[in-house]
Design a protein around this ligand. Structure first.
Ligand SMILES: Cc1cc2nc3c(=O)[nH]c(=O)nc-3n(C[C@H](O)[C@H](O)[C@H](O)COP(=O)(O)OP(=O)(O)OC[C@H]3O[C@@H](n4cnc5c(N)ncnc54)[C@H](O)[C@@H]3O)c2cc1C
Length: 368
Protein backbone atom coordinates (compact mmCIF):
# COMPACT_ATOMS: atom_id res chain seq x y z
CA UNK A 1 0.00 0.00 0.00
CA UNK A 2 1.27 3.49 -0.92
CA UNK A 3 2.32 5.95 1.80
CA UNK A 4 -0.35 8.42 0.67
CA UNK A 5 -3.23 8.29 -1.78
CA UNK A 6 -2.65 11.73 -3.32
CA UNK A 7 0.29 14.12 -3.80
CA UNK A 8 -0.11 17.59 -5.26
CA UNK A 9 2.98 19.30 -6.66
CA UNK A 10 2.77 23.09 -6.19
CA UNK A 11 1.08 25.19 -3.52
CA UNK A 12 -0.08 28.05 -5.70
CA UNK A 13 -3.76 28.92 -5.81
CA UNK A 14 -4.53 25.92 -8.03
CA UNK A 15 -2.73 23.30 -5.90
CA UNK A 16 -4.27 24.83 -2.78
CA UNK A 17 -7.79 24.82 -4.24
CA UNK A 18 -7.36 21.15 -5.17
CA UNK A 19 -6.05 20.32 -1.70
CA UNK A 20 -9.00 22.11 -0.08
CA UNK A 21 -11.45 20.18 -2.25
CA UNK A 22 -9.84 16.73 -1.94
CA UNK A 23 -8.27 16.63 1.52
CA UNK A 24 -11.30 15.12 3.27
CA UNK A 25 -11.50 12.24 0.79
CA UNK A 26 -7.73 11.69 0.66
CA UNK A 27 -6.63 11.74 4.32
CA UNK A 28 -2.95 12.61 4.62
CA UNK A 29 -2.87 14.20 1.17
CA UNK A 30 0.61 15.69 0.62
CA UNK A 31 1.08 19.16 -0.89
CA UNK A 32 4.67 19.81 -2.03
CA UNK A 33 6.04 23.34 -2.36
CA UNK A 34 9.64 24.23 -3.15
CA UNK A 35 9.42 27.73 -1.63
CA UNK A 36 9.40 28.56 2.12
CA UNK A 37 5.71 29.53 1.90
CA UNK A 38 2.67 28.77 -0.23
CA UNK A 39 1.64 31.13 -3.06
CA UNK A 40 4.92 32.97 -3.61
CA UNK A 41 4.98 32.71 -7.41
CA UNK A 42 2.39 33.56 -10.10
CA UNK A 43 -0.56 33.33 -7.71
CA UNK A 44 0.65 36.39 -5.81
CA UNK A 45 1.83 38.27 -8.91
CA UNK A 46 -1.32 38.96 -10.86
CA UNK A 47 -4.19 41.43 -11.22
CA UNK A 48 -6.42 39.66 -8.65
CA UNK A 49 -9.35 40.12 -11.03
CA UNK A 50 -12.26 37.71 -10.72
CA UNK A 51 -13.00 37.49 -14.42
CA UNK A 52 -16.60 37.07 -15.57
CA UNK A 53 -15.76 34.85 -18.57
CA UNK A 54 -16.31 37.18 -21.53
CA UNK A 55 -13.07 36.55 -23.44
CA UNK A 56 -12.76 32.80 -23.96
CA UNK A 57 -14.12 30.62 -26.80
CA UNK A 58 -17.47 29.06 -25.83
CA UNK A 59 -17.08 25.48 -24.63
CA UNK A 60 -13.37 25.83 -23.79
CA UNK A 61 -12.05 24.92 -20.34
CA UNK A 62 -11.16 28.59 -19.89
CA UNK A 63 -14.72 29.74 -20.59
CA UNK A 64 -16.47 27.07 -18.53
CA UNK A 65 -14.11 27.06 -15.56
CA UNK A 66 -13.92 30.85 -15.46
CA UNK A 67 -17.70 31.20 -15.26
CA UNK A 68 -18.00 28.46 -12.62
CA UNK A 69 -14.88 29.63 -10.74
CA UNK A 70 -16.07 33.23 -10.62
CA UNK A 71 -19.24 32.12 -8.82
CA UNK A 72 -17.28 29.87 -6.45
CA UNK A 73 -14.66 32.53 -5.61
CA UNK A 74 -17.32 35.16 -4.90
CA UNK A 75 -19.23 32.70 -2.70
CA UNK A 76 -16.04 31.70 -0.83
CA UNK A 77 -15.19 35.37 -0.29
CA UNK A 78 -18.57 35.96 1.36
CA UNK A 79 -18.51 32.72 3.40
CA UNK A 80 -14.94 33.12 4.70
CA UNK A 81 -14.66 36.91 4.87
CA UNK A 82 -12.00 37.19 2.14
CA UNK A 83 -11.57 40.83 1.07
CA UNK A 84 -13.20 41.43 -2.32
CA UNK A 85 -14.35 44.37 -4.39
CA UNK A 86 -17.57 43.91 -6.35
CA UNK A 87 -16.77 46.89 -8.55
CA UNK A 88 -17.64 45.69 -12.06
CA UNK A 89 -15.63 46.59 -15.14
CA UNK A 90 -15.87 48.64 -18.31
CA UNK A 91 -14.37 47.63 -21.65
CA UNK A 92 -13.99 50.82 -23.66
CA UNK A 93 -13.37 51.56 -27.34
CA UNK A 94 -11.25 54.67 -27.78
CA UNK A 95 -11.64 54.91 -31.59
CA UNK A 96 -14.47 54.12 -34.03
CA UNK A 97 -12.26 51.39 -35.50
CA UNK A 98 -12.40 49.50 -32.18
CA UNK A 99 -16.20 49.37 -32.02
CA UNK A 100 -16.53 46.04 -33.93
CA UNK A 101 -14.26 44.53 -31.25
CA UNK A 102 -16.94 45.35 -28.68
CA UNK A 103 -19.56 43.57 -30.81
CA UNK A 104 -17.37 40.43 -30.93
CA UNK A 105 -16.98 40.51 -27.16
CA UNK A 106 -20.70 41.06 -26.65
CA UNK A 107 -21.52 37.97 -28.74
CA UNK A 108 -18.89 35.84 -27.01
CA UNK A 109 -20.16 36.82 -23.57
CA UNK A 110 -23.72 35.95 -24.62
CA UNK A 111 -22.52 32.54 -25.85
CA UNK A 112 -20.81 32.00 -22.46
CA UNK A 113 -23.99 33.09 -20.69
CA UNK A 114 -22.25 36.04 -19.03
CA UNK A 115 -24.19 39.30 -18.52
CA UNK A 116 -22.78 42.30 -20.39
CA UNK A 117 -24.44 45.62 -21.21
CA UNK A 118 -23.64 48.02 -24.05
CA UNK A 119 -22.95 51.59 -23.00
CA UNK A 120 -22.80 54.82 -25.00
CA UNK A 121 -19.89 57.23 -24.61
CA UNK A 122 -22.21 59.50 -22.63
CA UNK A 123 -23.18 56.69 -20.20
CA UNK A 124 -19.50 55.83 -19.70
CA UNK A 125 -18.76 59.50 -19.05
CA UNK A 126 -21.41 59.64 -16.34
CA UNK A 127 -20.10 56.44 -14.68
CA UNK A 128 -16.39 57.27 -14.99
CA UNK A 129 -15.87 60.98 -15.79
CA UNK A 130 -12.09 60.60 -16.32
CA UNK A 131 -12.41 57.86 -18.97
CA UNK A 132 -12.24 58.82 -22.66
CA UNK A 133 -14.24 56.55 -25.00
CA UNK A 134 -16.52 56.32 -28.01
CA UNK A 135 -18.58 53.53 -26.42
CA UNK A 136 -18.14 50.42 -24.32
CA UNK A 137 -19.46 47.48 -22.37
CA UNK A 138 -20.27 47.08 -18.71
CA UNK A 139 -19.50 43.76 -16.99
CA UNK A 140 -21.23 43.95 -13.61
CA UNK A 141 -20.00 40.54 -12.38
CA UNK A 142 -16.27 41.23 -12.78
CA UNK A 143 -14.60 42.02 -9.46
CA UNK A 144 -11.41 41.79 -7.46
CA UNK A 145 -10.40 39.43 -4.66
CA UNK A 146 -7.44 39.27 -2.31
CA UNK A 147 -5.36 36.46 -3.84
CA UNK A 148 -3.53 35.93 -0.54
CA UNK A 149 -6.85 35.84 1.32
CA UNK A 150 -8.22 33.23 -1.08
CA UNK A 151 -5.07 31.09 -0.84
CA UNK A 152 -4.99 31.27 2.96
CA UNK A 153 -8.59 30.05 3.12
CA UNK A 154 -7.88 27.14 0.74
CA UNK A 155 -4.81 26.22 2.82
CA UNK A 156 -6.69 26.26 6.12
CA UNK A 157 -9.55 24.20 4.69
CA UNK A 158 -7.00 21.65 3.44
CA UNK A 159 -5.01 21.50 6.70
CA UNK A 160 -8.21 21.24 8.79
CA UNK A 161 -9.21 18.23 6.68
CA UNK A 162 -5.87 16.51 7.35
CA UNK A 163 -3.68 17.60 4.41
CA UNK A 164 0.07 17.91 4.96
CA UNK A 165 1.91 20.91 3.46
CA UNK A 166 5.62 20.29 2.95
CA UNK A 167 7.42 23.54 2.15
CA UNK A 168 11.05 23.80 1.00
CA UNK A 169 10.37 20.48 -0.68
CA UNK A 170 11.29 20.45 -4.35
CA UNK A 171 10.10 17.52 -6.41
CA UNK A 172 13.17 16.09 -8.18
CA UNK A 173 12.03 12.67 -9.35
CA UNK A 174 8.71 11.02 -10.20
CA UNK A 175 8.73 7.37 -11.14
CA UNK A 176 5.75 5.22 -12.14
CA UNK A 177 5.89 1.77 -10.48
CA UNK A 178 3.47 -1.12 -10.89
CA UNK A 179 0.73 0.24 -8.64
CA UNK A 180 1.88 3.65 -7.47
CA UNK A 181 4.33 6.54 -7.93
CA UNK A 182 7.69 6.94 -6.21
CA UNK A 183 8.09 10.60 -5.33
CA UNK A 184 11.49 12.05 -4.46
CA UNK A 185 11.95 15.52 -3.01
CA UNK A 186 14.93 17.64 -2.07
CA UNK A 187 14.62 19.31 1.36
CA UNK A 188 17.04 21.32 3.51
CA UNK A 189 17.52 18.15 5.58
CA UNK A 190 18.45 16.12 2.48
CA UNK A 191 16.57 13.92 0.01
CA UNK A 192 13.28 12.25 1.02
CA UNK A 193 11.11 9.78 -0.85
CA UNK A 194 7.67 8.27 -0.42
CA UNK A 195 5.02 6.54 -2.53
CA UNK A 196 1.71 7.95 -3.69
CA UNK A 197 -1.23 6.36 -5.52
CA UNK A 198 -1.93 9.52 -7.52
CA UNK A 199 -0.03 12.70 -8.36
CA UNK A 200 -1.48 16.04 -9.47
CA UNK A 201 0.98 18.32 -11.25
CA UNK A 202 0.01 21.92 -10.35
CA UNK A 203 3.56 23.27 -10.64
CA UNK A 204 2.69 26.45 -12.56
CA UNK A 205 5.71 27.70 -14.51
CA UNK A 206 7.44 24.33 -13.96
CA UNK A 207 4.46 22.15 -14.88
CA UNK A 208 6.09 21.09 -18.17
CA UNK A 209 9.33 20.21 -16.34
CA UNK A 210 7.35 18.13 -13.81
CA UNK A 211 5.47 16.35 -16.65
CA UNK A 212 8.88 15.57 -18.18
CA UNK A 213 10.11 14.17 -14.82
CA UNK A 214 7.16 11.79 -14.91
CA UNK A 215 8.34 10.53 -18.29
CA UNK A 216 6.13 12.48 -20.69
CA UNK A 217 7.61 13.72 -23.97
CA UNK A 218 6.47 17.33 -23.51
CA UNK A 219 7.32 18.42 -27.07
CA UNK A 220 5.29 15.60 -28.62
CA UNK A 221 2.41 16.19 -26.22
CA UNK A 222 2.35 19.96 -26.95
CA UNK A 223 3.03 20.65 -23.27
CA UNK A 224 6.06 22.97 -23.61
CA UNK A 225 5.30 26.22 -21.78
CA UNK A 226 6.53 29.68 -22.77
CA UNK A 227 7.22 32.18 -20.01
CA UNK A 228 5.38 35.41 -20.68
CA UNK A 229 6.10 38.26 -18.28
CA UNK A 230 3.56 40.95 -17.42
CA UNK A 231 4.67 44.16 -15.66
CA UNK A 232 2.66 46.73 -13.75
CA UNK A 233 2.98 50.43 -13.00
CA UNK A 234 1.13 52.00 -10.08
CA UNK A 235 -0.11 55.50 -9.35
CA UNK A 236 -0.55 57.17 -5.98
CA UNK A 237 -3.53 59.12 -7.41
CA UNK A 238 -6.81 58.22 -5.71
CA UNK A 239 -10.36 58.49 -7.00
CA UNK A 240 -9.40 58.23 -10.69
CA UNK A 241 -11.85 55.37 -11.40
CA UNK A 242 -14.26 53.40 -9.25
CA UNK A 243 -14.35 50.27 -11.42
CA UNK A 244 -11.86 48.35 -13.59
CA UNK A 245 -11.33 49.81 -17.05
CA UNK A 246 -10.04 47.70 -19.95
CA UNK A 247 -9.36 48.49 -23.60
CA UNK A 248 -10.74 46.34 -26.44
CA UNK A 249 -8.52 43.21 -26.24
CA UNK A 250 -5.75 42.48 -28.74
CA UNK A 251 -4.91 39.11 -30.27
CA UNK A 252 -2.46 38.16 -27.50
CA UNK A 253 -3.56 40.03 -24.41
CA UNK A 254 -6.38 41.89 -22.75
CA UNK A 255 -4.35 45.11 -23.17
CA UNK A 256 -2.93 47.34 -20.45
CA UNK A 257 -5.86 48.05 -18.16
CA UNK A 258 -6.68 50.00 -15.00
CA UNK A 259 -7.10 47.74 -11.98
CA UNK A 260 -7.96 48.44 -8.38
CA UNK A 261 -6.95 46.18 -5.55
CA UNK A 262 -9.15 45.50 -2.53
CA UNK A 263 -7.70 48.56 -0.76
CA UNK A 264 -8.54 50.83 -3.72
CA UNK A 265 -4.94 51.19 -4.94
CA UNK A 266 -4.78 51.83 -8.70
CA UNK A 267 -2.37 49.97 -10.98
CA UNK A 268 -1.97 49.62 -14.72
CA UNK A 269 -0.92 46.53 -16.63
CA UNK A 270 0.08 43.87 -17.33
CA UNK A 271 1.96 44.16 -20.62
CA UNK A 272 3.17 41.16 -22.63
CA UNK A 273 6.84 40.20 -22.81
CA UNK A 274 7.84 36.68 -23.88
CA UNK A 275 11.05 35.84 -22.03
CA UNK A 276 13.84 34.38 -24.18
CA UNK A 277 15.09 32.28 -21.26
CA UNK A 278 13.39 30.57 -18.34
CA UNK A 279 14.74 32.94 -15.72
CA UNK A 280 12.26 34.37 -13.20
CA UNK A 281 13.38 38.01 -13.29
CA UNK A 282 10.58 40.09 -11.76
CA UNK A 283 12.31 43.49 -12.12
CA UNK A 284 10.15 46.22 -13.68
CA UNK A 285 12.41 48.64 -15.53
CA UNK A 286 11.63 52.35 -15.55
CA UNK A 287 12.30 52.26 -19.32
CA UNK A 288 8.76 50.92 -19.77
CA UNK A 289 7.15 53.99 -18.21
CA UNK A 290 6.63 55.99 -21.46
CA UNK A 291 5.02 53.00 -23.21
CA UNK A 292 2.71 52.44 -20.24
CA UNK A 293 1.89 56.17 -20.07
CA UNK A 294 0.88 56.25 -23.74
CA UNK A 295 -1.32 53.12 -23.41
CA UNK A 296 -2.99 54.40 -20.24
CA UNK A 297 -3.68 57.89 -21.67
CA UNK A 298 -5.74 56.43 -24.51
CA UNK A 299 -8.36 55.60 -21.84
CA UNK A 300 -7.39 58.00 -19.07
CA UNK A 301 -5.96 61.21 -20.60
CA UNK A 302 -5.37 62.77 -17.19
CA UNK A 303 -2.59 60.33 -16.23
CA UNK A 304 0.90 61.69 -16.92
CA UNK A 305 4.08 59.59 -17.17
CA UNK A 306 5.20 61.26 -13.93
CA UNK A 307 2.15 59.77 -12.17
CA UNK A 308 3.42 56.23 -12.82
CA UNK A 309 5.92 54.23 -10.76
CA UNK A 310 7.24 50.73 -11.55
CA UNK A 311 5.33 48.13 -9.52
CA UNK A 312 5.28 44.32 -9.48
CA UNK A 313 5.37 41.79 -12.30
CA UNK A 314 4.33 38.19 -12.84
CA UNK A 315 5.11 35.47 -15.36
CA UNK A 316 2.39 33.57 -17.22
CA UNK A 317 2.96 29.90 -18.09
CA UNK A 318 1.64 29.93 -21.67
CA UNK A 319 1.23 27.06 -24.09
CA UNK A 320 0.91 29.46 -27.04
CA UNK A 321 4.00 31.22 -28.34
CA UNK A 322 4.06 34.88 -29.43
CA UNK A 323 2.57 34.13 -32.86
CA UNK A 324 0.20 31.30 -31.97
CA UNK A 325 -3.57 31.41 -31.63
CA UNK A 326 -5.69 30.48 -28.60
CA UNK A 327 -4.54 27.56 -26.45
CA UNK A 328 -6.78 26.19 -23.74
CA UNK A 329 -5.81 24.96 -20.27
CA UNK A 330 -4.56 21.36 -20.32
CA UNK A 331 -6.30 19.35 -17.57
CA UNK A 332 -5.47 15.74 -18.32
CA UNK A 333 -5.42 12.35 -16.61
CA UNK A 334 -2.54 10.59 -18.33
CA UNK A 335 -3.59 6.90 -18.39
CA UNK A 336 -3.83 7.01 -22.19
CA UNK A 337 -0.11 7.96 -22.37
CA UNK A 338 0.78 5.10 -20.02
CA UNK A 339 0.90 7.13 -16.79
CA UNK A 340 -2.18 6.17 -14.76
CA UNK A 341 -2.81 8.21 -11.66
CA UNK A 342 -1.05 11.32 -13.01
CA UNK A 343 -3.10 14.47 -13.62
CA UNK A 344 -1.28 17.25 -15.48
CA UNK A 345 -2.32 20.90 -15.37
CA UNK A 346 -0.51 22.98 -17.97
CA UNK A 347 -0.86 26.44 -19.44
CA UNK A 348 -2.71 27.70 -16.36
CA UNK A 349 -2.37 31.36 -17.19
CA UNK A 350 -5.25 33.84 -16.85
CA UNK A 351 -8.02 33.23 -15.75
CA UNK A 352 -6.35 30.63 -13.49
CA UNK A 353 -6.91 32.53 -10.24
CA UNK A 354 -10.63 32.92 -10.99
CA UNK A 355 -10.97 29.36 -12.27
CA UNK A 356 -8.98 27.73 -9.41
CA UNK A 357 -11.93 26.24 -7.43
CA UNK A 358 -13.53 25.03 -10.68
CA UNK A 359 -10.23 23.48 -11.80
CA UNK A 360 -10.25 21.68 -8.44
CA UNK A 361 -13.72 20.30 -9.19
CA UNK A 362 -12.54 19.11 -12.63
CA UNK A 363 -9.51 17.40 -11.04
CA UNK A 364 -11.78 15.74 -8.47
CA UNK A 365 -13.73 14.14 -11.34
CA UNK A 366 -10.49 12.94 -12.96
CA UNK A 367 -9.02 11.33 -9.84
CA UNK A 368 -12.31 9.77 -8.71
C1 LIG B 1 0.67 39.19 -14.85
C2 LIG B 1 -0.43 38.21 -14.56
C3 LIG B 1 -1.73 38.65 -14.36
C4 LIG B 1 -2.76 37.75 -14.10
N1 LIG B 1 -4.00 38.22 -13.78
C5 LIG B 1 -4.98 37.35 -13.46
C6 LIG B 1 -6.25 37.83 -13.07
O1 LIG B 1 -6.46 39.03 -12.91
N2 LIG B 1 -7.23 36.92 -12.83
C7 LIG B 1 -7.02 35.59 -12.96
O2 LIG B 1 -7.98 34.83 -12.79
N3 LIG B 1 -5.81 35.09 -13.28
C8 LIG B 1 -4.78 35.95 -13.52
N4 LIG B 1 -3.54 35.48 -13.83
C9 LIG B 1 -3.31 34.03 -13.87
C10 LIG B 1 -3.13 33.45 -12.47
O3 LIG B 1 -2.28 34.23 -11.68
C11 LIG B 1 -2.55 32.04 -12.62
O4 LIG B 1 -3.33 31.31 -13.53
C12 LIG B 1 -2.55 31.27 -11.30
O5 LIG B 1 -1.93 32.02 -10.30
C13 LIG B 1 -1.83 29.95 -11.50
O6 LIG B 1 -1.74 29.33 -10.24
P1 LIG B 1 -0.90 28.02 -10.08
O7 LIG B 1 -1.17 27.49 -8.72
O8 LIG B 1 -1.16 27.11 -11.25
O9 LIG B 1 0.63 28.47 -10.27
P2 LIG B 1 1.67 29.09 -9.23
O10 LIG B 1 1.11 30.15 -8.42
O11 LIG B 1 2.89 29.41 -10.06
O12 LIG B 1 2.00 27.88 -8.26
C14 LIG B 1 2.80 26.79 -8.68
C15 LIG B 1 3.66 26.39 -7.49
O13 LIG B 1 4.38 25.22 -7.83
C16 LIG B 1 5.63 25.29 -7.16
N5 LIG B 1 6.57 24.38 -7.81
C17 LIG B 1 7.02 24.44 -9.09
N6 LIG B 1 7.88 23.43 -9.33
C18 LIG B 1 7.97 22.71 -8.18
C19 LIG B 1 8.71 21.55 -7.80
N7 LIG B 1 9.54 20.91 -8.66
N8 LIG B 1 8.55 21.07 -6.54
C20 LIG B 1 7.74 21.70 -5.64
N9 LIG B 1 7.03 22.83 -5.97
C21 LIG B 1 7.13 23.31 -7.22
C22 LIG B 1 6.02 26.76 -7.31
O14 LIG B 1 6.98 27.13 -6.36
C23 LIG B 1 4.68 27.45 -7.13
O15 LIG B 1 4.48 27.89 -5.81
C24 LIG B 1 -2.48 36.35 -14.08
C25 LIG B 1 -1.17 35.92 -14.28
C26 LIG B 1 -0.15 36.83 -14.50
C27 LIG B 1 1.26 36.35 -14.66
Amino acid sequence: MADTSLTIVGAGVVGLAIAARLAARHRGLVLLERNPRHGQETSSRNSEVVHAGIYYPPGSWKARLCVEGSRLVREAAVRHGIPQLRCGKLVVATTEAELPGLDDLFERAAANDVPLRRLTAREIQSLEPQVASVGGLNSPTTGVVSAHGLMDVFLHLALDAGAILKTRARLVSLERRTADWRVEVETPAGPESFTSERVVNAAGLEADAVAALAGIDVEAAGYRQHWCKGSYFATAKRGVVSRLVYPVPGAHSLGIHAILDVSGRLRFGPDVEYLPERVADYTVGDARRAGFGAAVRRMLPGIADADLAPDTSGIRPRLQGPRDGFRDFVIAEESARGFPGLVNLLGIDSPGLTASPAIAAAVERLVA
